[in-house]
Design a binder for this molecule. Structure first.
Ligand SMILES: *Cc1c(COP(=O)(O)O)cnc(C)c1O
Length: 390
């Protein structure tokens, strides 16, 4: 089957991935069986983190992470405006307020300079953030060493939203080891680097944080006598000791994730060859291709180009629509979060984030996934060229 549109992203499912899910369907447990802890252990070991808590989405993982780090009413959480809404919504779920730190003009990640300035101002008025959520946009890690230094100086917690970044490296080590953060979150949505259909995971090196996230993932219920207020009434007994949720991952999902882990390195390597080919094919066009930090190995979830608007007679929107009309499923990652009506109603004004605004006026995500063919890439680049020049 051949679909007309080349999508911006798509999953790669092998026969052994399918078999892994079928095996679970034939087994005793569709959920709360052995596959989830096996998947958690595999990802934790791969990344070099002590603990991993699998959940039904990265959104749930971000929510649990915020709660576990104590974000609540009266607290402030900061993230980048150029991200999926979930990176900001998680703070609001907890009753905290959210604010945004403008992006860096080269990496499109949260700017460390803007963060430092904003922290200094916040300190003066006594409104320092409780949690900061840097997002590794497109898979490129943020400047975590610098952000970690600032966290020590100003006393905030760090959640890495690494939804785009599993399989990538920062300073030679896999993203997810939480060396410079309290918790790291991955997404396993089908467009991301590996998939479980829907799914997410929170990694940490702190056993207390892991335990609390495990508890909140399943209603706040414990079967561990040590955690109960009194000795169990009998062998049926459990206690709800906190207000949690049903954020569990199923065994079908975990089995798929475990099977996908076998090809994670290959997926990321293929994304790198795709990016290299794009870099070459686009070299003569008036676009800015993605900058890669020398200390990082990006997961390359996305390949974002920025139009050099001054060098083309075509508007951003015209180029975008022409690509779509030609069957290229380009996208824009992301509409700055503060621009959504829900956030506007909270009082956010675009003028406070000039770099994010500039980015939004120029960015286009080209198709990027492991099985994108060279032929398709040539088509994408030729269409882009025509749509800019004609
Ligand atoms: C996809 C994504 C999420 C949410 O992931 P889900 O697993 O779909 O909940 C959060 N943050 C970022 C940056 C994402 O790209």
């Amino acid at each position: 089957m051949k679909s007309a549109m080349i999508p911006y992203g798509r999953q790669d499912i092998s026969e052994s991935d399918i078999q892994a899910v079928v095996d679970v369907l034939h087994s005793d447990f569709l959920t709360q069986g052995p596959a989830v802890p096996t998947f958690e252990k595999r990802v934790a070991e791969y990344c070099g983190a002590e603990h991993a808590v699998a959940v039904n989405s990265a959104t749930s993982a971000l929510h649990l992470a915020c709660l576990t780090l104590g974000a609540g009413s009266g607290d402030v959480v900061w993230t980048t405006p150029v991200t999926f809404v979930a990176s900001a919504n998680c703070a609001l779920y907890c009753g905290a307020t959210i604010d945004f730190v403008d992006i860096d003009s080269r990496s499109y990640n949260m700017s460390v300079e803007r963060l430092a300035e904003k922290l200094a101002q916040a300190k003066k008025i006594g409104k320092l953030p409780k949690v900061v959520i840097p997002v590794h946009l497109c898979g490129q890690p943020c400047d975590m060493k610098a952000i970690h230094e600032l966290s020590k100086q100003y006393g905030f917690k760090i959640i890495e939203d690494a939804s785009h970044a599993i399989g990538g490296k920062y300073c030679g080590e896999f993203i997810g080891n939480c060396r410079y953060s309290d918790i790291t979150v991955f997404s396993f949505h089908p467009v991301k680097i590996i998939t479980t259909g829907e799914g997410g995971m929170a990694l940490t090196n702190d056993p207390k944080l892991a335990k609390r996230m495990q508890l909140l993932r399943s209603h706040g219920i414990t079967r561990d006598a040590e955690e109960m207020t009194h000795a169990p009434d009998g062998s049926w007994y459990y206690q709800q000791i906190d207000l949690g949720f049903n954020y569990r991952m199923t065994d079908m999902q975990a089995a798929l994730g475990l099977s996908q882990m076998q090809r994670l390195n290959e997926f990321v390597a293929k994304r790198h060859s795709t990016a290299k080919r794009y870099d070459q094919l686009l070299a003569s066009l008036p676009v800015v291709t993605p900058w890669q930090h020398a200390d990082s190995y990006s997961g390359l979830h996305l390949y974002v180009v920025r139009l050099k608007l001054g060098e083309s007679s075509k508007a951003h929107r015209q180029v975008f629509e022409a690509l779509r009309a030609a069957g290229i499923g380009v996208n824009l990652h992301y509409i700055p979060v503060y621009r959504h009506p829900y956030y506007e109603s909270l009082g956010f004004k675009p003028r406070n984030w000039p770099e994010a605004e500039q980015y939004y006026a120029e960015a286009i995500s080209l198709p990027m996934y492991p099985n994108l063919t060279e032929e398709q890439q040539v088509k994408v680049c030729e269409t882009l060229c025509q749509s800019i020049k004609n």
